[in-house]
Design a protein around this ligand. Structure first.
Ligand code: ATP
Ligand code: MG
Length: 218
């Protein structure tokens, strides 16, 4: 375990980045499992402002995604939500998220939590070498995606052994895409997302096509 200058254990901070459109139980289980396995003091959920991978695709307003994330995490004393990406003007890159969190928490050890699918695109992320200097990466299993670091072969040799750790977590085949699809067709999202998020989606009428485009003819 790494120690600070005073010999005290350094605070361990998980960082769970995502579009969270909407946040679902797959995200929450991933954060909870990594918190337990790595003895994290806190997991900060960071909803993206404008996600660079999803430009041009209709993403719900950042404020709605931020509020759903707050609602979903409110009951867990070790979970919090950061506005660093939502409040940044430019498109969200993970390296900016980590730079900002590092400046707010200069003495903490950062653990960036990512699902197997997002881990697979890590090399296409900007400044990936700097990413590894800012945080350790924890890749979690996700149904439908292979959890491996083959795409990092050749690069990992240059990194410390604990730069990337892969862990199996309870499989939840839930995606935000499927939740949006269900909500748009008036199908239930109960138990896929926290109750408060079901109610928020309904209150704000998220993911519903305008009346003329409704798919169920209702
Ligand atoms: P979308 O379908 O809109 O891409 P998503 O369900 O993939 O949404 P994101 O907000 O894109 O959710 O994901 C945020 C992070 O959570 C990513 O690292 C992703 O891999 C991880 N993640 C999402 N769903 C799961 C799941 N069911 N199990 C494990 N990890 C997940
Ligand atoms: Mg995704």
């Amino acid at each position: 375990m790494e120690q600070g200058a005073t010999g005290a254990r350094r605070r361990r901070l998980g960082v769970m980045g995502g579009t969270f459109d909407p946040i679902h139980h797959g995200h929450l289980v991933a954060a909870s499992e990594v918190a337990d396995r790595f003895s994290l003091d806190e997991v900060v959920f960071v909803p993206t402002g404008r996600p660079w991978q999803k430009q041009g695709k209709g993403v719900s307003p950042a404020e709605d995604r931020y509020l759903m994330t707050v609602i979903a995490t409110a009951s867990n004393p070790r979970f919090s939500v950061s506005r660093v990406d939502v409040d940044r003007e430019k498109v969200t890159y993970t390296v900016d998220t980590l730079r900002d969190l590092r400046s707010y928490h200069p003495n903490a050890e950062l653990y960036f939590i990512t699902g197997a699918d997002a881990l697979a695109s890590i090399l296409s992320w900007q400044d990936w070498e700097e990413l590894f200097s800012l945080a350790k990466f924890v890749g979690v299993s996700r149904p439908g995606f292979d959890l491996n670091t083959e795409h990092l072969a050749g690069h990992l040799d240059a990194l410390p052994e604990d730069a990337v750790t892969l862990i199996e977590i309870p499989a939840l085949a839930i995606s935000s895409t499927e939740c949006r699809r269900r909500a748009s067709r008036h199908r239930p999202v109960w138990y896929l997302v926290p109750d408060g998020v079901v109610q928020y989606i309904s209150k704000r009428n998220l993911y519903r096509p305008p009346d003329s485009e409704r798919l169920d003819g209702a």
